[in-house]
Design a protein around this ligand. Structure first.
Ligand code: ZN
Length: 316
């Protein structure tokens, strides 16, 4: 385990803020997690400013166990659902955290601990940074990481730099329209990729098709494993739609790698092959052959590493 050294410790803090739980992770610049604390969001983290105090106490507790003062932390990185402003380090009005509106985490943590480097990214961008640094994107300067869980979003790295777009909204591929006038999406539009191919959408569509209420994406993949043909058809359609979304992304950005998170970890190789086939059929041969479409390389601690990666931005 690396040991801290003055004047700045070698430790960074990653903070993963979610609608159900928040975690404070201490790690070093090699992505080794040395300490973590987790708390349910309902437990003092649901509304600001109480949540700030709770997080600060968690950071202090982690630092105490590491026997360092928070003031000598190398950096703090925060991974959180958007929308947010990475330039000012502000969480805007995330739907999964209704008690946090226009919260400047950068100002809060800089003021509280005097740490100069405080960064914030949305969770897709954070995971793309972690894949690029430690996972399936090592050595690759043009990649997209796709979250494919409840929703679909992408973190995009171009020319070795995270591409955030004008207002931190780059990579919102889950709301690219795949079928005009298709099923209604939570964003209010119709036929978005997310409404057709996310884990939740696979569950919802399979519930309708099979007449079994309340199916999750994982349930559907388990049904496929038992030989359920209707479930397999739902999954194949979702894979096809995801493939169209990825094909459009590749046709626009000519990426080296597309890394698929969440779904790909439990969906299996057949699903990934169906996605690849849809991409192949809908892009130029030269673009398809220059790209690898692969599952996440980070494993179980993905969210922790994503938060740590934000503490270590590429440009740092
Ligand atoms: Zn949408």
């Amino acid at each position: 385990m690396p040991v801290s050294s003055a004047p700045e410790s070698g430790y960074c803090i990653g903070i993963d803020i979610g609608g159900t739980k928040c975690a404070v992770i201490a790690g070093n610049r090699n992505g080794e997690v040395v300490m973590r604390l987790e708390r349910a969001t309902v437990d003092g983290l649901a509304t600001w400013p109480d949540a700030g105090e709770t997080l600060a106490v968690m950071v202090e507790s982690v630092c105490k166990q590491l026997e360092i003062a928070p003031t000598i932390l190398y950096s703090i990185g925060i991974s959180c659902g958007g929308p947010l402003d990475s330039k000012t380090g502000t969480i805007l009005n995330p739907p999964n955290l209704p008690g946090w509106v226009n919260v400047s985490l950068q100002a809060f943590f800089s003021g509280r601990f005097g740490v100069r480097r405080v960064y914030i990214e949305n969770d897709a961008n954070a995971t793309a940074l972690a894949e690029h640094r430690w996972g399936a994107g090592i050595g690759c300067d043009n990649l997209a990481y796709l979250t494919c869980g409840t929703g679909i979003g992408a973190g995009i790295i171009l020319g070795g730099q995270l591409y955030r777009g004008k207002g931190d909204l780059a990579g919102e591929i889950g709301h690219a329209v795949i079928i005009p006038d298709g099923p209604l999406c939570l964003c209010g539009k119709r036929g978005c990729l997310e409404a057709l191919a996310s884990g939740s959408s696979i569950g919802r569509i399979a519930s309708q098709e099979l007449g079994i209420p309340g199916l999750t994406g994982k349930d559907v993949f388990n049904l496929v494993k038992t030989g359920n043909e209707l479930a397999a058809t739902v999954v194949s359609k979702a894979a096809f739609h995801l493939g169209i979304g990825i094909a459009n992304l590749l046709q626009t950005l000519n990426l080296d790698r597309v890394i698929i998170g969440s779904l790909a970890s439990y969906a299996g190789e057949k699903y990934l092959d169906e996605v690849r086939e849809a991409v192949r059929a809908n892009t130029w041969k030269s673009i398809f052959e220059g790209t690898k479409i692969i599952p996440s390389g980070l494993g179980k601690g993905t969210q922790d590493l994503a938060a740590l990666a934000v503490a270590l931005p590429i440009e740092d």
